[in-house]
Write a protein that binds this ligand. Structure first.
Ligand code: SF4
Length: 416
């Protein structure tokens, strides 16, 4: 069992202490590749204190992260759009850990992977400051956010930004600190910065002391839950589900979700066909809406695990005639990810559409066409047809039989 938790998990663990000790299952998350590559570039920019160096290195970064041409173009657009250059002396990617007595050390990252630290024995919390610098006597801590802010807790109480700011100022011996969250894609060119009201805070201020008390309470709770788990006791009483479950690596070993899925599977309203389905009550709707993202994430995780299993063991035979595994799907038209596609889509849908269509799926392009049609007050086919026509003529559409993973009948030969 890992003996420390990360600052990014603080918010979740505070609400659901069991998530610190339940068995985590991690799978690759390709959706995180563009933000990770962007983060890497921003770090390079911070090291050189130069706006241009990081941009000129985009192609190298694309190779390193295996980005498609279109992802590279999107990344370039986003990084170019964000023009803030960190001040002289700013340090990117600095990892800290804190022990039971709230002593702070700097820790080297293991394998240069964020979230993977060489944390000394006895340290219970570790995290990486995206960027930190000193301005006179004030320690700044900036946490970059790349996408949906619906999951980010307010900077007034955000435990990730506060714990890292506290650790950084304590480690460097600064008098006061400012935790900041920078939403770099929301407010081009400088991003949107959020800092708590009343900042900077002295380490001896009421707010700093209250935050350290909060950390200490959490540390004690985690110790207690870990002790119970190690003694073989059920930790279900420490489980609290909510929005935070979306990023929980323990979701598919979570007792709450296992019983939730089981109860949903036998729920007549969910099982019945759409025609005779009774409407959900407000309470049921609220429950399902609250858990949908987490359930979808659990489903994606399970799918990745099954795919991994099939890679090594072949298909999973479920009955005499039914299996789960890779099999040919229906022939589809797919859009080639290329610079030419990018240019044609830009021409028809406008530059902003590209931000929504990193992968250039047909459905997304049609959605983009609908938006343009609304703006231009024309039927959406007036936009989508010429767009698809030009893509086809330019060879940017290809036909393929995709290999899908899922249930299929083994007693039916696939059609030629
Ligand atoms: S999935 Fe949610 S309820 Fe379950 S352990 Fe994780 S955070 Fe807790």
């Amino acid at each position: 069992m890992k003996q420390y938790i990360t600052c990014s998990a603080l918010s979740r663990v505070e609400t659901c202490p069991a998530s610190a000790v339940l068995q985590p299952i991690r799978v690759e998350n390709p959706a995180a590749t563009v933000p990770s590559a962007g983060h890497y570039l921003l770090c390079r920019r911070a090291e050189s204190h130069s706006y241009d160096v990081s941009v000129s290195e985009i192609d190298d970064v694309a190779i390193r992260y295996e980005l498609s041409p279109i992802e590279t173009a999107v990344l370039a657009a986003r990084i170019r759009g964000f023009r803030w250059v960190p001040p002289e002396g700013a340090e990117p990617e600095v990892a800290f850990a804190i022990d039971h007595n709230m002593n702070v050390v700097k820790v080297p990252a293991k394998d240069a992977k964020p979230g993977n630290y060489n944390v000394p024995e006895g340290y219970w919390l570790a995290g990486t400051a995206d960027l930190t610098w000193r301005d006179a006597t004030v320690r700044w801590l900036a946490d970059y956010k790349y996408g949906n802010d619906a999951w980010v807790s307010s900077i007034e109480t955000n435990p990730q930004a506060w714990s890292l700011a506290y650790m950084a100022s304590k480690y460097y011996g600064d008098e006061s600190f400012i935790p900041a969250i920078i939403y770099l894609w929301k407010g081009i060119p400088l991003g949107i910065w959020e800092t708590p009201a009343g900042a900077p805070f002295s380490l001896l201020s009421d707010r700093a002391i209250a935050f350290v008390d909060r950390l200490a309470r959490l540390r004690d709770t985690i110790d207690k839950v870990r002790g119970e788990a190690e003694a073989g006791r059920d930790v279900v009483r420490w489980v609290t589900a909510g929005y935070h479950c979306v990023y929980c690596p323990a979701i598919i070993s979570c007792p709450y979700y296992l019983s939730f899925v089981r109860s949903m599977a036998f729920e007549p309203k969910i099982q019945k066909g759409a025609k005779d389905r009774e409407p959900l009550t407000a309470e049921e709707a609220s429950l399902l809406a609250r858990h949908l993202s987490a359930l979808e994430k659990a489903g994606r995780t399970v799918r990745e695990l099954l795919k991994g299993y099939c890679q090594h063991n072949g298909r999973i035979q479920i009955s005499d005639t039914l299996a789960w595994g890779p099999h040919p799907g229906d022939t589809t038209e797919s859009i080639v990810s290329s610079r030419q596609t990018w240019e044609i889509v830009n021409k028809h849908l406008g530059e902003n559409a590209v931000w929504e269509s990193i992968k250039f799926r047909k459905g997304e392009l049609f959605e983009g066409a609908k938006v343009r049609a609304l703006i231009g007050n024309v039927p959406s086919t007036h936009i989508s047809r010429p767009l698809m026509q030009e893509l086809k003529e330019a060879g940017c559409v290809q036909f393929e039989v995709p290999i899908e993973h899922g249930l299929y009948r083994t007693d039916v030969e696939p059609e030629e």
